[in-house]
Design a protein around this ligand. Structure first.
Ligand code: URA
Length: 229
């Protein structure tokens, strides 16, 4: 990998500011000042900026408590995206699936393409739990209805788990992630969703994360997340 890419990937600065740092002699590779931006480095080389070691982190795994009003996209010309909240400058980070603009809650963001793909793959049945508020009394047989496949026209849902909290509040756990799935399932039983928040994604929940907060996953969490079979 090029030295300037290594440093900008690790957020030392933009590609152009990193080139300046290199030219001015602030960067050492294995103890030797290197002034060429295109110098090729290996991940086991010791790279320092003003003698501070910068380790290369190949993959980043971020959990965000998404506020309403943000798109689950990497960029948008007009609207704010979840990437505007995340301080990492990595260009290769992408959300694992999507939450609607008005949905809050747990969303993962990573540049680990394989894990992203595996977590979204229907065969892996990754559970996602939502807290739902609706405009209408949830019918008494809703649990029964949701525990069976529902034909929503363009797809048939897999059985899901409904925990009714009150007339208009519930948790719904689904193992899929079709477009507007939760809203459409509630519409099927005559309810409009008025508030939606994802509270759990596989082994992860939002404990300790206020709305708009995010953090990197621990090694143990990443290990558990990968163990989806
Ligand atoms: N289901 C929905 O309807 N919206 C979401 O944002 C997530 C799941």
């Amino acid at each position: 990998m090029r030295l300037d890419k290594y440093l900008s990937d690790m957020n030392v600065g933009t590609r152009s500011s990193v080139k300046e740092l290199i030219k001015k002699g602030h960067i050492k590779v294995n103890g030797i000042v290197i002034k060429k931006s295109n110098y090729k480095v290996n991940l086991n080389d010791e790279i320092t900026v003003n003698d501070k070691v910068i380790n290369y982190i190949e993959y980043e795994y971020i959990i965000l408590n998404k506020p309403a009003g943000y798109l689950s996209a990497t960029e948008d010309k007009k609207q704010e995206t979840i990437m505007d909240i995340i301080k990492s400058k990595r260009k290769d980070l992408v959300p694992v699936g999507r939450l609607d603009k008005d949905t809050e809650g747990l969303i993962l963001i990573t540049n680990d393409g394989k894990l992203n793909h595996d977590l979204l793959s229907p065969e892996n049945h990754v559970d996602k739990k939502y807290y739902v508020e609706v405009d209408n009394k949830i019918r008494n047989d809703a649990q029964e209805i949701f525990s069976n496949p529902i034909d929503l026209g363009d797809f048939v849902t897999k059985p899901s788990k409904l925990e009714i909290l009150s007339d208009t509040k519930a948790y719904l756990t689904i193992s899929e992630g079709k477009f507007h799935q939760v809203k459409r399932m509630f519409k099927f039983i005559g309810c409009e969703v008025t508030y939606l928040k994802r509270v759990q994604f596989k082994n992860l929940d939002l404990e300790g994360l206020e709305i708009g907060d995010y953090r990197h996953l621990t090694d143990e969490e990443i290990f558990d997340l990968k163990n989806y079979k």
